[in-house]
Design a protein around this ligand. Structure first.
Ligand SMILES: *Cc1c(COP(=O)(O)O)cnc(C)c1O
Length: 360
């Protein structure tokens, strides 16, 4: 498999419903207008007023002293690891965590840390599991330096960590002398689903970030918050990795627009996810996980059909796009560009493709 993205296949029919990822949204006309009108300057000199405003707003929203604008969520995670840890340190995270499964080995390649995966249902590990994983401070053991929680958990099915568990694992980590980091790629989905403020969700965490390209509709950008000292130290890594920007305010304007217009509507995505899951659950042979937010995972093993095969047939025969997340595990993401009518269309397409699949 090549590393570079594939070229679009011209033999495919037009895309009708894109459930591949909540990153696939296109900026709305109003968002584009806000971007065009943004006041800008040189971010590296602290002179981009729109980025400054976004960071101030995000620091307040997340209940932290300071914040930093970065191009992507991956860069937030990696800069957090680089800032909290030294080479040889251990990072504890769920075994399905994005830092462990989807960042190209960056924690090892860039920070020289060892990520230790913890087991647990729904992408969450319990306080007991964390306690059992802790080792005494000794020159033989790993230096356990950082705990990472993912809210919501992506491969855990878009599940929402209950606040008490988030706080409990953070307290245990702190008592062990570790720092805590929240991968809040979809934090706002958790906030809207649980009705708990971002500040409360993140209170136990020394660093936390939010992705503006996951369901919030911005073309790029993520904001990471923490103490003033943490953000100051993180700037060194932002500069080193080439994440220090110039007139990035055009992109920050999209994020501000998303905060004002695209947060409350996440509830619509959650409703659409439930509607899709209910419809899928009626198809014999499909095992459907009950969605808590905007991600719908389902199991195709009962059909004798691999997720990748279902996804490519769906795309080619109906123009509906989903993703394969495991041999028999498929994912459909609800987002800004998917309406309830699209959900019905996707359901009909999935039924049709499955009905014409020969069982083996
Ligand atoms: C998408 C995602 C990331 C990475 O974000 P990018 O902006 O795509 O780099 C990190 N963590 C989780 C849980 C994600 O879903």
């Amino acid at each position: 498999m090549p590393y570079a993205p594939p070229r679009p296949d011209p033999t495919l029919p037009p895309l009708r419903v894109n459930l591949f990822s909540d990153t696939q949204t296109k900026p709305t006309a109003a968002m584009r207008a806000a971007m065009l009108e943004a006041e800008v300057g040189d971010e590296q000199r602290g002179e981009d007023p729109t980025i400054t405003l976004l960071c101030e707003r995000m620091a307040a929203l997340l209940g932290k002293e300071a914040a930093m604008f970065l191009p992507s969520g991956t860069m937030c995670n990696e800069i957090a690891i680089l800032t909290h840890c030294r080479p040889g340190d251990a990072v504890l995270a769920h075994e399905t965590a994005h830092i462990l499964t989807a960042e190209g080995g960056a924690p090892a390649a860039l920070a020289g840390v060892q990520v230790v995966g913890l087991p647990g249902k729904l992408g969450q590990f319990s306080p007991e599991t964390l306690r059992e994983a802790l080792t005494p401070h000794s020159r033989y053991a790993l230096s356990q330096r950082l705990l990472v929680s993912e809210q919501t958990s992506n491969l855990g099915g878009g599940s929402v960590w209950p606040l008490a568990e988030l706080d409990a694992v953070a307290d245990i980590a702190h008592a062990h002398g570790m720092a805590t980091h929240m991968d809040g790629a979809r934090l706002m989905n958790a906030v809207v689903a649980a009705g708990i403020s971002p500040r409360d969700m993140a209170a136990g965490y020394d660093s936390v970030w939010l992705d503006f390209t996951k369901g919030l509709g911005a073309p790029l950008g993520a904001v990471m918050a923490g103490s003033a000292a943490f953000i100051d130290a993180a700037w060194r890594w932002k500069q080193r990795l080439g994440g220090a920007l110039r007139q990035g305010g055009m992109c920050a304007a999209a994020c501000l627009h998303a905060l004002d217009h695209h947060v409350e509507r996440l509830a619509d995505d959650h409703e659409n996810a439930l509607a899709l899951a209910r419809g899928l659950a009626q198809i014999p042979g499909l095992g459907v996980e009950l969605p808590q937010t905007n991600l719908v995972f389902f199991d195709t093993a009962g059909l004798g059909l691999e997720a990748e095969a279902l996804s490519s047939r769906l795309r080619r025969e109906t123009g509906v796009l989903i993703s394969a997340m495991g041999r028999f595990r498929a994912r459909a993401c609800l987002h800004l560009d998917v309406s309830r009518a699209d959900v019905d269309l996707a359901l009909a397409a999935i039924r049709q493709v499955i009905a014409t699949t020969e069982r083996n």
